[in-house]
Design a protein around this ligand. Structure first.
Ligand code: SF4
Length: 246
């Protein structure tokens, strides 16, 4: 078993019965405000032709991507990726700008209406660090949500996808390395979880990469200039400065 963990989810929509106990468990664990949620159960269907009609429910949450666009977009470093793969938010460092919310191609981030800060699934890292499963996984009565270490071949998630046809929610244009594997016919899962790149992402990346560093540089140069002038004034002496100024 590798020392470094690689956490992620395996979702089997065929086992989801839409009881939504996972949503309740998530809100109870994280005190998410009324009307906001960190996880979802998407409804797909009914599809098919009578009498062969079926309905699928597709659990979803942050995919804790391998190359997360939200981390790229965050101007303060508040959003970061742990060594074990979980993408987290340091709420102390978050300024509530919402750039990460717009950057996520899965639209699983939101601005918490009580804190004004970015919010999303944290993989229940506090539970995981205690050796427990995320609340949604521990509560799922059908076993539709699984979580674990993909670097461990004996883990539940590694065993669940072994020899299976899996669907990773990526598209031709978007591949952030989502660490969620769906065990379902692609058509059913694709409907609800295909990533959608945001149109304004380029403007946000421009802001983060160029505008913010430029403003920081300008402020820094101004500060250094002011400090230099102040030190010069001290070295010359107050009187000499005043004489010279008259
Ligand atoms: Fe970030 Fe969205 Fe990927 Fe989660 S799904 S890690 S919020 S880009």
């Amino acid at each position: 078993m590798a020392d470094v963990k690689k956490y992620g989810f395996v979702i089997d929509p065929r086992r989801c019965i839409d009881c939504r106990a996972c949503l309740v468990a998530c809100r109870a664990e994280w005190n998410t405000p009324e009307g906001q949620t960190r996880i979802w159960v998407h409804t797909d269907g009914p599809h098919g032709t009578f009498p062969n009609v079926a309905q699928t429910w597709v659990p979803a949450q942050c995919h804790h991507c391998e190359t997360p666009w939200c981390v790229e977009a965050c101007p303060t470093g508040a959003t970061f990726k742990r060594e074990d793969g979980l993408v987290l938010i340091d709420s102390e460092a978050c300024i509530g700008c919402g750039l990460c919310v717009n950057a996520c191609p899965y639209q699983v981030r939101f601005r918490n209406k009580e804190t004004g800060k970015a919010d999303k699934c944290s993989g229940c890292y506090t539970r995981v660090d205690r050796g427990e499963m995320p609340a949604c996984v521990a509560t799922c009565v059908g076993g539709a949500r699984l979580f674990g270490d993909f670097n461990d071949p004996a883990s539940t998630v590694s065993q669940a996808i072994k020899g299976q046809t899996v669907y990773r929610p990526i598209s031709e244009n978007v591949n952030t390395g989502p660490m969620t594997y769906y065990l379902a016919p692609p058509d059913a899962a694709q409907v609800q979880v295909t990533p959608q790149p945001r149109e304004d992402l380029s403007a946000e990346v421009f802001w983060r990469r160029w505008a913010i560093p430029f403003v920081k540089l300008a402020v820094g140069v101004t500060f250094v200039g002011q400090a230099g002038a102040f030190i010069l004034q001290l070295l010359r002496g107050e009187n000499e400065y005043e004489d010279g100024a008259v």
